[in-house]
Design a protein around this ligand. Structure first.
Ligand code: PGA
Length: 248
């Protein structure tokens, strides 16, 4: 079965709610006839409420807490995200892991909370440059998947994003052989953990831009992109989406 690619824009801490609304309406006007891709916008929490999206456009939160409610200053629960109409939650992004010290254990609790709330986690994994240089990429991917998905019964509603940390926001993209090999590793690990997982999306992320999207989307095992910097600009985001749409 052919997997419909996902193009997800992770805005990180960019765009106020009104800027986000204007941005989304421009994108929708430029991408009127999308048939072969799904597009996800992940604004900061403040932009999530009342987002005007309908399939093939979806919205995502960039994080959440695993508890339903309580004394957790600064946190947002899954049901709050659901109430905003979002469908996806990005979890374990490299900035959460490395800037905010999130552990695999926390990420796993979040994955399970998001699934329990009937939303879809986009679970990010990826090695640092030191780990790659030490030939530990496969080990890191395996451990992040095993720990992140521990206690999960099915991958049906899960998206995985492979994002080498050294390629995020650096302008350095993994080359197509590195991407192919990492995606093959991810597939093998997933097949071992979940024997019926062949239809699950595995996205690539890390300095995707209009200049490399065509090559990267054709790498075997890549089912779309998680995009940071280039997702903030109307022209580059529509151009990447159009490239992927046209290739399907
Ligand atoms: P980038 O970010 O496209 O700016 O490298 C990717 C990400 O953080 O998901």
């Amino acid at each position: 079965m052919k997997i419909k690619p996902i193009i997800a824009g992770n805005w990180k801490m960019h765009k106020s709610p009104s800027e986000g609304k204007t941005f989304i309406s421009s994108i929708k006007n430029l991408l009127l006839d999308l048939k072969h891709v799904s597009v996800i916008f992940a604004p900061p929490f403040t932009g999530l409420f009342d987002m005007d999206v309908m399939p093939p456009f979806y919205s995502a939160a960039q994080n959440c807490h695993w508890e339903e409610k309580g004394a957790f200053t600064g946190e947002i629960s899954v049901s709050m995200i659901q109430d905003c109409g979002a469908e996806y939650v990005i979890l374990g992004h490299s900035e959460r892991r490395h800037v905010f010290s999130e552990s695999d254990n926390w990420i796993n609790k979040k994955v399970k909370a998001v699934l329990a709330g009937e939303l879809k986690p986009i679970l990010c994994i990826g090695e640092t440059l030191d780990q790659r240089n030490a030939m530990e990429t496969d080990l890191v991917l395996k451990s992040q998947l095993e720990l992140g998905l521990s206690g999960v019964n099915s991958l049906e509603n899960i998206v995985i994003a492979y994002e080498p940390v050294w390629a995020i926001g650096t302008g350095v993209t993994a080359d197509k052989n590195q991407v192919e090999s990492a995606h093959a590793t991810v597939r093998n690990i997933l097949n071992e953990l979940f024997p019926k997982s062949e239809n699950i999306h595995v996205l690539y992320g890390g300095s995707v831009n209009p200049g490399n999207a065509e090559e990267l989307i054709q790498v075997p095992g890549v089912n779309g992109f998680l995009i940071g910097g280039a997702s903030l600009d109307v022209e580059s985001f529509t151009s990447i989406t159009q490239i992927v749409e046209n290739i399907q």
